[in-house]
Design a protein around this ligand. Structure first.
Ligand code: CP
Length: 307
C-alpha cells in the first residue's frame, strides 16, 4: 500500500525505510540526477514551533530537487493570531502547495492535518509525540557510519520523557532484528510507558540511570537535550538539566567504531572539545537530513501515486 502521509514511524515498513536510504545515498552522490524531480512543485513549511534544522533542511531539499517553498517559521504574523484554526490553515496550505511539512506543539495535530489535507502531510515534529523524519535521518547516519542497521546496541540518553525524537528512533530501530536499546535517563525523564508498551516484544531494551555503565558496550550513543520548554515546573528542569554531559574523557571509554549522535540543538550536553573527535557525528547527521528529506519529498511527490 502506498503511504499517503508521514506521521509516525510506526506506519512505515522496513522495506520503505531501506528504499529511502538507498535513494538518499544516490541523491547524496549524484545530486544532478535529481535536480528537476520537483520542478513546478511547491512545498509549504508550516512551523508552529521553532526550528533550524528541520525547516531549513526541508527547504534546502526542495530547492535541490528543483522545487519551490512557501510557509512560515512561527505562527506570529499569520492569521493564527486572529484565531484561525489548524484545520483551516491546512485547508489553505493544500490550496497553495503540493506537499506540507507541519511542526506543531499539539499531540495528534499532524494526524488530524493528514485527515483534512488532500496533499501529503509530513510531520516535522509533533509535541513530545514523534519526529519521524528525524528518525529517518538518524538511521541513515547510523547505516552510513556503522554499515548496518541490525545487531546494534544503542544508548538513547537524556530527556526520554519529553524528547520527540526518542519514540521515533526507538520505533525505527525496532524494525531491524538484533538491536538493543539502553534507555538512559534520570527517574524524572524516563521513557513514557506508552512508548515502552509499543516496543514490547519488538526490540530488547533496558532502562538505566548511569551512562558510564553502558558507554563501553554500545555502538551508538544518542544524546538528547533536556526539553526546558515542555516542563510544567521550571524548578524540575533545573534539577535534571545537567545530568549527562559528554566529555572527551567519557568518549575515551567507548568501544572501537563507537559513534556519538545528537538530533541538535545541544545546550551543554556535549562539550565543544568533543566536536573534533572522530566519534562525533552529529553535524554530519544534521547534514544527512538534507539527503534523507530529498528522498522523502521525492517519494511523496513522485512515487507514492505510482505504487
Ligand atoms: N533536530 C531538530 O529537529 O532540530 P530543529 O528543532 O532545529 O529542527
Amino acid at each position: 500500500m502506498p503511504i499517503k502521509h508521514l506521521i509516525s514511524v510506526k506506519d512505515l515498513s522496513r522495506e520503505f525505510l531501506d528504499s529511502l536510504f538507498i535513494t538518499a545515498k544516490d541523491m547524496e552522490e549524484h545530486p544532478e540526477k535529481y535536480s528537476s524531480n520537483a520542478r513546478g512543485k511547491i512545498l509549504a513549511t508550516l512551523f508552529f514551533e521553532p526550528s533550524t534544522r528541520t525547516r531549513l533542511s526541508f527547504e534546502s531539499a526542495m530547492f535541490r530537487l528543483g522545487g519551490n517553498v512557501l510557509g512560515f517559521s512561527s505562527p506570529k504574523g499569520t492569521s493564527v493570531e486572529k484565531g484561525e484554526s489548524l484545520a483551516d490553515t491546512i485547508r489553505m496550505a493544500q490550496a497553495y502547495a503540493d506537499i506540507i511539512v507541519l511542526r506543531h506543539y499539539v499531540e495528534g495535530s499532524a494526524r488530524v492535518a493528514s485527515m483534512i489535507s488532500e496533499v501529503p502531510v509530513i510531520s516535522g515534529g509533533t509535541g513530545s509525540q514523534e519526529h519521524p523524519t528525524q528518525a529517518i535521518l538518524d538511521l541513515y547516519t547510523i547505516w552510513k557510519s556503522c554499515g548496518k542497521l541490525t545487531g546494534l546496541k544503542v544508548a538513547i540518553v537524556g530527556d526520554l520523557r519529553y524528547g520527540r525524537t526518542v519514540p521515533s528512533l526507538s520505533f525505527a530501530l525496532a524494525k531491524y532484528p538484533g538491536n538493543k536499546i539502553y534507555f538512559v535517563a534520570p527517574k524524572q525523564l524516563r521513557v513514557r510507558k506508552e512508548v515502552l508498551h509499543d516496543l514490547k516484544g519488538k526490540i530488547e531494551y533496558e532502562e538505566k540511570e548511569n551512562l558510564e555503565e553502558v558507554i563501553g558496550e554500545v555502538d551508538v550513543a544518542y544524546i538528547t537535550r533536556v526539553q526546558k520548554e515542555r516542563f510544567p515546573d521550571p524548578q524540575e528542569y533545573v534539577k535534571v538539566k545537567d545530568t549527562y554531559i559528554i566529555t572527551p574523557e567519557l568518549i575515551e571509554k567507548s568501544k572501537e567504531d563507537f559513534i556519538l549522535l545528537h538530533p541538535l540543538p545541544r545546550v551543554g550536553e556535549i562539550t565543544y572539545e568533543v566536536d573534533n573527535m572522530p566519534q562525533a557525528k552529529y553535524f554530519e547527521q544534521a547534514k544527512n537530513g538534507v539527503y534523507a528529506r530529498m528522498a522523502i519529498l521525492d517519494y511523496f511527490l513522485n512515487k507514492a501515486n505510482n505504487e
